[in-house]
Design a binder for this molecule. Sequence first.
Ligand code: MN
Ligand code: MN
Length: 471
Amino acid sequence: MSNDRKKEGELLREKLMYKPKNGYARLNGEDKLRIHEYCEGYKDFVNAGKTERACVKLAVDAARKRGFVEFKRGMKLKAGDRIYQVNRGKSAVFAVIGSARLDDGINIAAAHIDAPHIDIKQNPMYEENGQCLLKTHYYGGIKKYQWPAIPLALHGVVATKNGKTIELSIGEGNNDPVFTITDLLPHLGKEQMAKSLADSFPGESLNVLVGSEPYIEEKLGKDNVKLNILKLLNDRYGMTEEDFLSAELSIVPAFPARDVGLDKSLIGAFGHDDRVCAYPALTALFDCVNPEVTAVCALADKEEIGSEGVSGMKSKYFDTFVEDMCESLGTTLRECYEKSCCLSADVLAGMDPNFPDVLDKRNAAYINCGMSLCKYTGARGKSGASDAAAELVARMRRIFDESGVIWQMGALGKVDQGGGGTVAMFMAQRNIDTIDAGVPVLSMHSPFEVVSKLDVYMTYKAIYAFYNEKK
Ligand code: MN
Ligand code: MN
């Protein structure tokens, strides 16, 4: 073959064939420098934001420092204004008002700040065999076997009858005690290990060990360990056992985010799903100054249990916020929504070399190939997917490519392998063009999920480009 012919073939290959490439091969110098610094900020966020309430507080504190003010119904608004609103302490919306009219639509990045974990029951505390334990009910899709025999922290609030809300956070400081769910020793685990993974840890066996020293002064005989723990809680927080009835307490892994790999290219942490998209959505909005289109960041609760409840993405709180904004700027919600666009910023399964068979290798998302767009989620014939239109995918390709975003197209799993959903379908139901996009994750929904720093940074860059879209 002549050299000319070979060269022509190479050019044609470059021009005609699509092949996702590793992001590091395409990274410019400036981005390469920023990745690690950006991810240090993210690690701080995910370490301090172990619950949805904690994430809301962190987000609002950071927003206020950057000039965001609380939006109240009827407030006058103008281009460049930076506003936020908190919904019952568990979800929040942030916006930067654009120069275009609201009936030209808004660009929304919607992420969720709840993560699969274990909740404490309403009447949780009991003593058995000289140990004090808490009964639990898991929240979201966890693999129960992953939670015993690791250090656990306790976070949340206790609302008392007199209207006070007590905040608890135990297990994060170096001198804090931690908690744990005990597991069976292998020597006696023959029957347990013969069961399926799904059956080997019944939900009612995920009881958390919280103490063992009896309160001996009383010599009551029964429940002295429990009495001692209740006294410690009462001394420190002023609460009684009955106050658990109106408490929201969560058990989460007690360890902080850590760099993974000798090259420190990855981050392992609890709660990447979906704080690893919430942080980019929020920080991209912070950096968004005088956009043309009004930019909105929604941080939702309850995605992991179907976006239900008053703080989930199905709730009218989001519509009320946008409608109030529309009223302040002289338009209607329906005119605003029909021109709006939403990036449902949520994580996607990354290709895992330990489990390659569940993903279609030609359509999977890969670690370090950048933020992953996902046209549809759902299961069994796309059921439950909002399935973004081809024109919307093209619009995103244009936005990302023009801004030097490293991104890829991904799909959740092989056809008929399983599936899942995000907030996308609930945004689409509002008559908003919606598409999924986010960071590929390994060990998703485990106590120690893994993401790549390059992908986290590129998700920031992608959402920033989306907020700054020129129409
Ligand atoms: Mn998610
Ligand atoms: Mn999830």
